[in-house]
Design a protein around this ligand. Structure first.
Ligand SMILES: [Fe+2]
Length: 259
């Protein structure tokens, strides 16, 4: 991939956003947060690629996936007035179809084009393993990690702003300080907490904490450890027996990953 192509993709992205979004919608928090998220995911793709000693070409492919992975969010929001997939569409499938139909990747050779399309399509799908070309696997793992690093960055900002001052944009949450036992039980089993179990602000913090169970690269764990977000999320949980037991499991899991 040459730098001219990277610039062309960038231009395409900007004009796509301009075409889809009226000026009045561009400043909606859902949209602003997604634009910021995309920018950050691109830089996490580069950071991870560098740490993994990837070639400049592969880093540029990863950055392109970062740029395009959430491009479906804008059409999703305009069409359904939400960025919650469960209430609308799978935004990764939508992004795949938008990019595929645009023909913008046509100048790229195989496997680069396939890698980018599969990176977009499976960035939010845990079960990507058997469905993709082997060449795509390292890139899907990388975009999934870069995506989570930015979600954890958002978590850190929210924790620092003392939770309720920074309402989550995607979910309507009760802030009654309770924890859904089903969310807690998933966390205890070292599973990613399902969005359907999110009822309170604290459940959402459990979900953010549970992102660590689906990290692909050791270097990503190191970056998470440096940010200290795991400790900060744990520190805001209520001091209750069941929560303490769960936190011990999470801490053990995380310490094993970073040791
Ligand atoms: Fe996404």
């Amino acid at each position: 991939m040459n730098s001219q192509f990277a610039a062309d993709i960038n231009d395409w992205f900007n004009s796509h956003v301009d075409t889809i979004l009226p000026d009045t919608v561009r400043t909606f928090p859902e949209i602003e947060s997604k634009l910021e998220h995309i920018k950050n995911v691109i830089s996490y793709c580069r950071i991870l690629g560098k740490n993994l000693d990837w070639s400049e070409n592969n880093i540029q492919i990863a950055e392109t996936i970062g740029l395009l992975h959430d491009v479906g969010r804008f059409t999703q929001f305009i069409k359904y007035h939400t960025i919650i997939d469960a209430d609308s569409v799978n935004h990764a499938k939508l992004a795949f179809s938008i990019v595929n139909k645009s023909g913008i990747l046509a100048p790229l050779p195989f496997p680069d084009r396939t890698i980018i399309l599969e990176g977009i399509r499976y960035h939010n799908d845990k079960k990507f393993g058997n469905k993709v070309h082997p060449e795509s696997l390292p890139f899907i793992k990388l975009i999934r990690d870069a995506d989570k690093l930015d979600k954890l960055r958002v978590a850190k900002v929210a924790v620092q702003e003392h939770l309720n001052n920074s309402p989550n944009l995607q979910l309507t949450l009760f802030t009654d300080g309770t924890v859904n036992p089903k969310a807690l039980s998933q966390l205890k089993r070292c599973q990613t907490v399902s969005k359907k179990y999110i009822r309170s602000e604290l459940d959402f913090r459990l979900l953010q904490l549970s992102l660590i169970f689906d990290i692909q690269y050791a270097v990503t764990y190191r970056i998470i450890a440096e940010s200290n977000i795991v400790g900060q999320l744990i520190a805001i949980l209520p001091d209750e027996k069941e929560i303490r037991k769960t936190v011990n499991k999470v801490t053990k899991f995380f310490n094993e990953k970073i040791s």
